[in-house]
Structure formats: structure tokens, C-alpha cells
Write a protein that binds this ligand. Structure first.
Ligand code: COA
Length: 335
């Protein structure tokens, strides 16, 4: 596809490396049907999911983010000593204090770079990407590592067929380098709608409702979701944010070469692209193989697209997500 001449990026940088990691253990829909009242047919037709990867009991969640980050750094030709910002998007931290970022920083042997977690539901990665880009732009860093990593298999109720079939574990990472030029963020629309915060939550384990025998017995440490409400809200939120980000970028939606939507449900993705009138061949879908990996879903899909050699310099990508909070948003990037 031809390189487009549009105005300079709002936030200039170059993505110089991408990486991802999926645990080796997999669960098919038929595997789930062995212990749940569900079927491959129900899951596939309602969600598009066939398979998900899940961490083994002995595996360490942060290791997924570390592996994804190492792959991204190696492809960028960077050592971890050159990283001067690490942002980690995740919903459930490695441990309440100090979170996930310090564990990933330790695994990468970062020494002086600042690191922090960012929680914005499944939209965490697009939030972190925009924030890291702005951090580079104001001169606080030259090389940023943005990681999305999630192990929701540890927080779903494996007796609740309405939630556990939807999620998978994994991690993705990108390396951003400060560079003037034509690549970077062209438009960004990050949003939140706190009237919808009840739609997806883990009620206990924080300061409002600390862990106790009663919270464990009431299953309040598991993910609770109002699926229908989320489904209805998701399409409108991502469509609105994508239109707003494209308007800020000064481009028509037709100029977008690749849409990478959060992989929550194939029907949500199909409804979104229908509403935006974007041809299906421009839309990246891997939910059938990975399910909903939350903050990791966009960087995993992006890495797959890049490794397949499909992304060319100058192309325009729209990354759009929604999730708990309800946080949502779209980042439009020129590659
Ligand atoms: N297998 C079989 N039946 C199931 C099931 C499963 N895994 N999960 C739910 N059901 C049943 C329900 O119990 C219900 O039965 P009932 O009619 O006897 O009460 C029936 O299927 C229909 O359930 P419903 O919730 O209406 O299905 P749905 O078409 O809304 O699909 C979701 C459910 C969860 C797939 C869908 O609402 C969804 O994807 N929502 C968005 C979720 C999301 O994006 N979450 C992550 C946000 S980041």
C-alpha cells in the first residue's frame, strides 16, 4: 500500500520492536466441556473462541511479560540497559504491593529506569502506549518499553461458564524510540465512563473489601461480569473513540490500513467494523486462538501482524479497546 502524506504526527516516535508470549498449556472448548455445562458450538458461535492459553500452576505470571519484552527488545536491537521507561498495563497485579512492573524490571535487570503499572481495564495497553509516547515527546526518555500482560485464568471462577470460557493468558510488548519524522501517534481518544464500572469487576482483595474467609466463601475474588451490558456498550465506545481519533488525525476512516481491536468477542469486532464500514480484510482477528487476553490482546495481535511481515512503513493502524472501568479508547498510529 502506498505511503500517505499527511501532517506530522501528534506524538512522534517509532515502534522499533514488538514481541509476545503465550503459555504453552492450551485449553480447547471441548476441554472446558469436560468439566463445565458448555459446548464447543456455544462458545464458537457466541464468541468466536476455539482455544485459549493458560498459565500452569507453577508458572510465574510476570515471566510472560518478561519474555514478551525480551523479544521486543531483541527485535529493536536494544539492550535492557537502554530502556529508560517501563510501563506495564495489567488488571490484576503480580501482588498488591509492589505490583507487576517491578517484577518485570527485575527480570530485565533494569537499574535506573522508572517503571510503573497502569490499570485501565482491557484498554490499559492503548492508555500506556499514548502515555509512553507523550513521555518520549517531552524528552523524559529516549526508549520506552510498553508491556501488556494478563493472567486472568487465576481470577476467573472455573465453575462459572459465563465468564471462564472467555479469557486466556498472555503478554505483548512494544519498544518505542523517540524519533522525529512521520511515524508515531496521529490521533488519540482515551475515554472513561464510570457509570459502567459495575459491568466488570473483582470486588474483593482491595482496600474496600480486603480478603477474608467471608469474601472467599462468597466468591468475591473472582471476576464478575454483566456480559450483555458490556456487549451493548463495547461497540459504541470503540466506534466513537475511533471516529474521534481519526478526526484528530485528520484522516478519513478509509485511510486506515489495519484495525487492531481488543479481542473480547468476534461478534463485537464484527459489529464494530460494520458500524465503521471498514473492510474485514483490514481487521486483525486472533481471538479464535488466544481468547480475551485483556491488556495483552492488542500487543499480541500487533506482534503477530508484524512477524507475518504485513505492516509496512507509512501504514496507518488503529488500535481500539474497551474494558473494566469502563475505560476505552483508540490510538491511531503511523508505522
Ligand atoms: N455455555 C453454554 N451456555 C452458556 C454459557 C456457556 N459458556 N455461558 C452462558 N450460557 C447460557 C446462559 O446461562 C444463558 O442461558 P439461559 O438463557 O438459560 O439463561 C444463555 O447461554 C444466553 O446467555 P447470554 O448471556 O444471553 O448470552 P450472550 O449471547 O449475551 O453471550 C457473552 C454471552 C458473555 C458471550 C456476551 O454477552 C459477551 O461477549 N459479552 C461481552 C463480554 C466481554 O466483552 N467481556 C470482556 C470485556 S473486556
Amino acid at each position: 500500500m502506498a505511503r500517505r502524506k499527511t501532517s506530522a504526527p501528534l506524538i512522534p516516535f517509532k515502534v522499533t520492536g514488538t514481541g509476545s508470549f503465550l503459555p504453552s498449556k492450551t485449553l480447547t472448548n471441548d476441554d472446558l466441556a469436560q468439566f463445565l455445562d458448555t459446548s464447543d458450538e456455544w462458545i464458537r458461535t457466541r464468541t468466536g473462541i476455539r482455544l485459549r492459553h493458560v498459565l500452569g500452576k507453577e508458572e510465574i505470571p510476570a515471566q510472560m511479560g518478561i519474555e514478551a519484552a525480551k523479544r521486543a527488545l531483541s527485535r529493536a536491537g536494544k539492550t535492557s540497559a537502554e530502556v529508560d521507561l517501563l510501563l506495564v498495563a495489567t488488571n490484576v497485579p503480580e501482588e498488591p504491593i509492589p505490583g507487576t512492573a517491578p517484577h518485570i524490571a527485575a527480570g530485565l535487570s533494569l537499574r535506573k529506569a522508572p517503571f510503573a503499572d497502569l490499570t485501565a481495564g482491557c484498554a490499559g495497553f492503548v492508555y500506556a502506549l499514548a502515555l509512553a509516547g507523550a513521555w518520549l515527546q517531552v524528552g523524559l526518555a529516549r526508549t520506552a518499553l510498553v508491556v501488556g500482560t494478563e493472567a486472568l485464568s487465576r481470577f476467573v471462577d472455573w465453575e462459572d461458564r459465563a465468564t471462564c470460557v472467555l479469557f486466556g493468558d498472555g503478554a505483548g510488548a512494544v519498544v518505542l524510540e523517540r524519533k522525529s519524522g512521520e511515524s508515531g501517534i496521529l490521533g488519540v481518544a482515551l475515554r472513561g465512563d464510570p457509570t459502567k464500572l459495575h459491568l466488570l469487576r473483582i470486588e474483593a482483595g482491595g482496600v474496600r473489601l480486603p480478603a477474608s474467609c467471608a469474601t472467599v466463601q462468597a466468591k468475591k475474588h473472582f471476576l464478575q461480569m454483566e456480559g450483555k451490558g458490556l456487549f451493548r456498550a463495547a461497540v459504541g465506545m470503540m466506534a466513537e473513540a475511533t471516529r474521534a481519533a481519526a478526526a484528530q488525525a485528520g484522516i478519513p476512516l478509509a485511510a486506515i490500513d489495519w484495525v487492531i481491536p481488543h479481542q473480547a468477542n468476534l461478534r463485537i469486532i464484527e459489529a464494530l467494523v460494520k458500524r465503521l464500514r471498514i473492510p474485514a480484510e483490514k481487521v486483525v482477528v486472533n481471538i479464535d486462538r488466544v481468547a480475551n487476553t485483556s491488556t495483552a490482546s492488542i500487543p499480541i495481535a500487533l506482534d503477530e501482524l508484524v512477524q507475518e511481515g504485513k505492516v509496512e512503513a507509512g501504514q496507518i493502524l488503529a488500535l481500539t479497546a474497551f474494558g473494566a472501568g469502563a475505560c476505552y479508547g483508540t490510538v491511531i498510529l503511523r508505522w
